[in-house]
Every structure is written in C-alpha cells, then in structure tokens.
Design a protein. Structure first.
Lengths: 221, 221
DNA sequence: TTTTGCATTTTTGAATGCAAAATTTGGAAT
DNA sequence: ATTCCAAATTTTGCATTCAAAAATGCAAAA
C-alpha cells in the first residue's frame, strides 16, 4: 500500500467519525486493520496532524482533532475567502463546457431536493462548490480548499435541515449558477460569501461543539 | 529533538536554498547533520511533502520541490486572496496596541529602506504582512498563509530590486499602514491585492523558473 | 567507440527491537 | 472505604535491521 493511500484511508476513518473527535487513535489496532506496521502508520499520522485532522501529544500518542466553535468559525471564515477568490477567478477562466457541467450538477441537485434526498443533495452540493473552485484553474487553491472543507465536513451533517432553510439554500444556489453563467465574478463572489455565512450560522447555532469521548462518558456516568 | 523541530530545521534548509530546487535530498547526510536516524527524518519529509516543499518519488527518494512559473503564479494568486481576507478581518478586529506595533515595524522598515539595507528591509516587510495576517485573529488563516508564503519566499530574494521599484513598494506600504490605521477594510484589502500583484509581476518578469540541478549541470557541460 | 546485458552496490521503504515515558494496577496506610 | 504511592504493564518514539527496488559499474559484443 502506497503512502498516500494510507493517509487517505485514515483520513476517511476520521472524517466518517469512526474515530470520534477527541478520541485516542489506537495505533496497534489501525496497524492490524490496514495491515501495515507502525512506521508507515506514524508517518501518515504526522501528515494528518500537519493537516489539522490529528492532534499529536508528545509521549501521549495522537488523538482525532477536536474542533471548538472558534475553530469552526475560523474554518468557515477562511473557506469563505477561498470560495470568494475561486468564484472571481472561475468567472474569468471557466469554459462553456465546464459551465454546462456545473449547470447539470445543479439540475441534479435540485432534483434531489425535490425528492427530499438530503444525502444526495449534499453530495451534489459539494460537487458544485468543488467544480467552481477547480474552475479557477489553480491547484494550490484547490488543495487548500480541500484541506479546509475536509475539516468542516463532519459539522455539516450534524446541522438540522429545516424545509425553510433548505429552500433558501437552493435559491442561493440558483443565484450562484446564474452569476457563473453571466460570468459575473464580483456577483458570484458576493453570493458565495453570503451562502457560506448562512451555512456557518446554521452550524454554529446548532450548537456545534465537539465533545470528546472522555467528557461524554463523564456526563453519562 | 522534537518532531516539529526536525520539520522546522529541514524547512529552513530548503527555504535557504541550501538544497536547491529539484535537487535530491540526501537522507543519510541530513541524518548525520541533525543527529537523528532515518525514521524521524522520513516522517518530517512526508510532512514537508504534504506542505508542497518536498516532492516524493516512489522508490526514488525525495527532492526539493521545483516551482514552475505557473506554480508561482498560483501561489501568488492564493496569497493575494489570503492577505485580502486578512486585511478586511484585521480592520474589524485589530487593537490600537497592535496597530501601534505594526506602525513601529513600518517605521523601522522605512529606516532600513533609507539605509539601503535590503535584507533587513525584507525582514521588516515580512513582519508587517505577518502582523496584519495575525491581527485577523484566525489561526487557520495564519497557518495557510505561512505555508503559502514559505513556498514563495525563495523567489522573492532572486528578484532584482531597482531603486524605482523599491521606492514604489515603500509608498504602497505607506498606503497599507494608512488604511489599517483608518480601519478601512475594503481599502486595505484593495491595496494589499495591488501590492502583491506588483510583486508577482516583478518575480515572474525576472524570469523565475527554477531549473533543477541536473539541467544545470547539463547546461554547464 | 558505442551499446547492451548482467552482476554489484546503493538506496529506499517497511518491520522489528529497545529504551524511555506514561498509564494502569494493586496494595498499604489513613 | 478512600487516598496515595510504588511496581508492573502498556505505549510511545526512535534506532536498527531486512527485503526489495533502483542505480551503478563493468565487461562483452556490435
């Protein structure tokens, strides 16, 4: 198994919440599961720590990073900035074909909304945002965006989605597609910022504060 | 020696150009120099690869990453976006004390300019930009900024600095400080973007294209 | 002289072993 | 019964070792 694959596998385990935020990462167990020795596992953990997904405590092992409200706010803030930048650049550089692709993804997402399929809706949503970012044609930007959204991702799904909010989000997406089709960089940038601001408010109001497993057991006891 | 320290030491070696872009990273040599074994060294190299400073070639070891013109353009583009965001946020949040600190750094930098001390000028320049970014009060943003500027840094010093350009850069910095003191977020953001755009033009016009050592030896031969 | 094929050497990537540190356990004293 | 302390166990971090892959050198053939 290649180094990057090990990193990816562990990243997925963390993002799926299989190892909950704040929980210790059991080296030996993961080694057996991935069928590798501790050396490559620890290399991967160090990389994930640099990404902010893992917290290393010297001589005390590693834990799945726990995000505070402040962390989440900061991540959204940066995410807003990155998407806003991507929106402007995308409008300058995107091809008609790529616009068509994003329009198709948008239509599919709206269909999932009509069907009330939240999971598929989120998947489509993500594809659109990623499509815009990638349309900026800047791999550095795409890379940072991927890193930031990965850390945010878990929170997105814990947010309760009311029908009113959902409808509003879809309307925002209509505006996003419209600005993109008009290649209105400033407009797109503005809408994206607002869209993310709203999402952030939802997540933070939902009382996002990752309690680590120890605290949780204490509360239960 | 702590893991983070190893990463830092190697990062410095790369940023100082001691191992030139494209050159192989001699594991054994570095091990002896840092007085560590290959295990922690390789952990550090993997982290630096994730940061984009090192390129890993499976079964062929690691090389100092070589930046193309496109890479440099992309990095500057993202850097612009990050600084613009930081500028807006800083104006909302910065304290009078922090403004005073940046003003002092600015004065010192101008003094270095008058004395013609380019090295000290660059150092002061960097302190100001970092000060603004940190004043945004967003560690995620500060982290990404550090990572992006690290990769750009080497190029900055290869740019020939004419007295005209230098004077203009200083005048831009006057405007930056002014906007910050007025807490004019939009204005600061705008000036920072222009400032970086100019810097980027200089760097790219200087014909930045990192030739790796092999190509170099071929040219010499 | 240049090129090709093979053996040797070097280097890489990963497993193992070992010392140091931290955690847990068990028992004694209060 | 509870608290505190020391011994035992586990876990961490790193050096070493080992197998596989790549690079190098050399001789033979074109």
């Amino acid at each position: 198994m290649l180094h990057e694959e090990v990193v990816g596998r562990i990243r997925d385990i963390l993002l799926d919440g299989e190892i909950p935020p704040g929980a210790r990462i059991p080296e030996r167990e993961l080694c057996e599961r991935l069928d590798i020795s501790r050396t490559p596992l620890r290399e991967a953990l160090k990389v994930l720590a640099a990404e902010g997904l893992v917290q290393l405590l010297p001589h005390r092992g590693s834990r799945a990073a726990k995000l505070t409200d402040k962390d989440m706010r900061d991540l959204f803030e940066v995410c807003q900035g990155l998407e806003a930048l991507a929106g402007e650049l995308a409008c300058e550089r995107i091809t008609d074909a790529d616009i068509a692709e994003i329009a198709a993804a948008h239509a599919a997402m709206v269909q999932h909304y009509r069907e009330g399929d939240l999971i598929q809706y989120y998947r489509g949503n993500r594809a659109i945002h990623e499509g815009i970012v990638n349309a900026a044609g800047n791999p550095v930007l795409s890379g940072l965006y991927a890193s930031v959204t990965a850390r945010i991702r878990r929170a997105r799904y814990v947010t309760p989605m009311t029908s009113q909010r959902w409808a509003f989000a879809v309307s925002e997406h209509e505006a996003i597609l419209n600005a993109l089709q008009r290649r209105d960089g400033a407009g797109l940038s503005h809408i994206l910022r607002a869209h993310l601001r709203h999402k952030r408010e939802e997540v933070l109001q939902a009382g996002f504060a990752e309690t680590d497993t120890n605290e949780l057991t204490l509360k239960i006891a």
